[in-house]
Design a protein around this ligand. Structure first.
Ligand code: NCD
Ligand code: ZN
Length: 367
């Protein structure tokens, strides 16, 4: 039986939501060896001011959301980051003051209406000219970016010749990189070879997160049987894209690609007129990543393979965000384990494998 021990890790992109569902979502993260998390600000209202004193009716503050998360069990994490949701009302002054106070570590850019809770996003290039990116670069604040072009007609959004992510990384991001060569950027949940190439062709200040589902599956898996639990944004892509993601993480020299699960629970996933975007992988992400690494040809019984996995899950992201590597550890074992529904006050939430009809995972966490 393969077993290996790793430092506890940070999930550097996740969704904990709001209200009394937060506690079970945080517990699921603690259960999978997380020692910290970056919790996304696409709340309702969006977390788009830094300080509680600046909250109007329209926006929540980073201060308040962090407190809510800590009260719901997040105080057991040694690190919690809530990025500021960038909107039309974000100012360079907000960035400067937030950074000085130590409360602001990162900002999140959403493509307008591009995903769940992205109604308040504005085109990323607006921050090039309005001083916000300049203030972030100056203060060392990380830009977390959902890299998809917004407002496209269907045939450009997703087609054989291209898609919203490819357009974003060829048309928009080079301008951001050129104008702000020292801005720290996380290209989040990358799904295409184009995005991977963009990251590889950039300096050490531009890195990327990858989700378990994008390493494991392709659009074909979603379409066969219309497995809607696999529907997340950016949507799954093609085999050549998945190969590029796998190659990016399965090298001994990977310093740029790291874990950010984008675990995005939805109590109501599909309705008669559509499906919420987001895969729930809380509680099982290291197990899914281990499965994906093996599918990428990495031998996890071997020290070199285990090191690749550790770089991706535990070290690269911590280094980029300046977080300490924890002394505490957890152990992954190659042993079948059942996946369970998560009970919340809003009903049962389906973890991704169950949504695909898989009752068991090949890897488990030893407790
Ligand atoms: C996320 C969510 O549900 O909040 N959904 C998703 O498909 N990933 C939003 C996001 O990160 O895009
Ligand atoms: Zn997300």
């Amino acid at each position: 039986m393969i077993e290996f021990t790793l430092p506890k890790w940070y999930d550097l992109h996740t969704h904990f939501r709001q209200g009394d569902v937060v506690a079970p979502y945080i517990q699921a993260h603690l259960d999978m060896g997380c020692v910290g998390a970056l919790a996304m600000p696409n709340t309702k209202p969006p977390t788009a001011v830094v300080f509680e004193a600046d909250e109007g009716g329209e926006y929540w503050s980073v201060e308040r959301y962090m407190r809510d998360l800590r009260d719901a069990g997040g105080d057991q994490f040694s690190e919690l980051i809530v990025p500021l949701y960038l909107t039309k009302d974000t100012t360079p002054e907000m960035i400067r003051k937030g950074a000085e106070s130590g409360t602001l570590k990162a900002c999140k850019s959403y493509p307008p209406h591009g995903t769940t809770g992205a109604e308040f996003g504005i085109p990323v290039t607006e921050f090039i000219d309005n001083g916000v990116f300049a203030a972030m670069e100056e203060a060392g604040i990380v830009l977390c970016i959902h890299g998809e072009e917004h407002g496209l007609p269907p045939e450009q959004y997703f087609d054989r010749a291209g898609n919203a992510e490819e357009l974003f990384y060829t048309e928009r991001m080079p301008r951001v990189r050129e104008k702000f060569p020292n801005l720290k950027i996380v290209c989040e949940h990358v799904t295409t070879k184009v995005a991977v190439d963009f990251v590889h062709s950039s300096g050490a200040n531009i890195v990327a997160t990858i989700t378990p589902q994008h390493l494991l599956y392709t659009i074909g898996n979603l379409i066969q049987g219309l497995k809607y639990h696999l529907f997340c944004l950016p949507v799954l892509k093609h085999c050549a894209d998945r190969d590029a993601l796998r190659a990016a993480v399965a090298g001994t020299d990977n310093t740029k690609f790291f874990a950010g699960t984008d675990s995005a629970p939805h109590a109501t996933k599909a309705t008669a007129c559509g499906c919420a975007a987001g895969c729930f992988t809380g509680g099982i992400a290291p197990q899914l990543y281990a499965q994906a690494f093996e599918m990428a040809g990495v031998d996890l019984s071997d020290v070199q393979g285990q090191d690749m996995f550790k770089n991706f899950l535990c070290l690269n992201g911590a280094a980029f965000y300046g977080l300490p590597v924890p002394q505490e550890t957890f152990t992954l074992v190659k042993e079948d384990a059942p996946v369970e529904m998560l009970k919340t006050s809003q009903g049962d939430v389906t973890p991704l494998p169950l949504g695909l009809g898989q009752q068991n995972l090949p890897w488990s966490i030893w407790r």
